[in-house]
Write a protein that binds this ligand. Structure first.
Ligand SMILES: Cc1cc2nc3c(=O)[nH]c(=O)nc-3n(C[C@H](O)[C@H](O)[C@H](O)COP(=O)(O)OP(=O)(O)OC[C@H]3O[C@@H](n4cnc5c(N)ncnc54)[C@H](O)[C@@H]3O)c2cc1C
Length: 293
């Protein structure tokens, strides 16, 4: 197959038009995978007015039409990894809670370039899309020339900026199970409503599992990676618990850091308060009972 690339002053950039073409290129070349560039450009910026220091060759994935598709089958909603936030906002298939989170990301121009696949693969502890996808139990189709595998988003993101994706693989599709959703809410704390990364974010989704309402609660930016705790979800789904127990069972999983955006103590305290607020709202909404805080 002829490779579609430009040589920009000896900087090779590949522009595949299909997934097969991209995977063939990645089999032969160790490339920087570039989708919308909104994270890469920040990461590799050398300084004011200096060029961005990308590792070449670069493979530009966003010309691949297949990676911009949003469709569904009986089991899953399927979102192509290069769908931009703006494309996702236009789809009637996408759960509202994901759209709510997307509307807090960046500005319209960032949402026109930034992709959901990039948000996942950048593996920032503050990624808002990831927070919601985790609560929705999303899985990823990860493809190489030889293989295609499905992995849960929580196993794929192994730590801060650490993902289970080999050099010859790409995230092709994001799969969201088509569960009936009884309650869903995303909350984020940042310096402003948008154009700012989260200090922390929380998402709660209540779905039906084994004929019971199951509470799926994710905390972001209070540890190097996503916090979802299976045994805690059994507890919070089985009965309404008070704030002190809720705080005890979740806080021990937190290991937030102090950084330029916030302090550890503020992050952890606020995350617990927000998480409990959503839990109480969900309980009242799903079971139509009033609960005292
Ligand atoms: C001003 C500004 C504000 C922002 N605000 C927010 C915010 O509020 N919340 C938030 O969560 N984020 C925010 N972001 C971050 C950013 O927009 C998102 O994380 C974006 O979704 C990244 O997608 P991208 O397509 O630009 O990724 P890129 O920058 O192209 O890539 C990011 C990483 O993912 C890899 N990658 C991309 N696609 C694939 C793929 N298909 N397979 C394998 N690897 C891949 C790349 O190699 C790279 O390592 C902001 C960014 C800016 C600049």
């Amino acid at each position: 197959m002829q490779e579609n690339f430009n040589n920009l002053e000896n900087h090779e950039v590949f522009y595949p038009l299909s997934v097969d073409e991209a995977l063939n290129i990645l089999e032969k070349h160790a490339c920087t995978k570039y989708a919308g560039g909104t994270d890469l450009m920040v990461q590799f910026r050398k300084g004011k007015s200096q060029p961005v220091d990308l590792k070449f060759p670069v493979i530009y994935l966003s010309n691949i039409e297949q990676l911009h598709k949003i469709s569904g089958n009986k089991e899953y909603l399927q979102i192509g990894s290069c769908c931009t936030y703006s494309e996702i906002l236009q789809s009637s298939l996408v759960p509202e809670v994901l759209k709510d989170a997307i509307l807090t990301i960046g500005s319209p121009s960032i949402r026109n370039s930034g992709t959901l696949g990039g948000n996942i693969c950048n593996a920032s502890p503050a990624a808002d899309g990831v927070c919601v996808l985790s609560s929705l139990d999303a899985k990823l189709v990860v493809a190489s020339k030889q293989n295609e595998r499905i992995i849960s988003i929580r196993d794929f993101i192994k730590g801060r900026r650490l993902i289970d994706c080999a050099e010859n693989e790409i995230v092709q599709t994001i799969l969201i199970p088509k569960n009936k959703i009884f309650f869903s809410k995303f909350e984020k704390v940042g310096l402003r409503g948008s154009m700012t990364l989260s200090k922390l974010s929380v998402c709660l989704v209540v779905v039906e599992k084994n004929e019971k309402k199951h509470f799926q609660l994710t905390f972001q930016a209070v540890s190097p990676t996503i916090i979802r705790v299976a045994e805690n979800e059994e507890i919070i789904s089985s009965k309404f618990i008070d704030f002190s127990l809720f705080s005890n069972i979740y806080r021990k999983h937190f290991s937030a850091i102090d950084d330029q955006r916030s302090e550890r103590e503020y992050r952890e305290n606020t995350a617990i308060l927000l998480g409990y607020k959503l839990y109480k709202q969900a309980y009242e909404s799903v079971f139509a009972t009033k609960k005292e805080l």
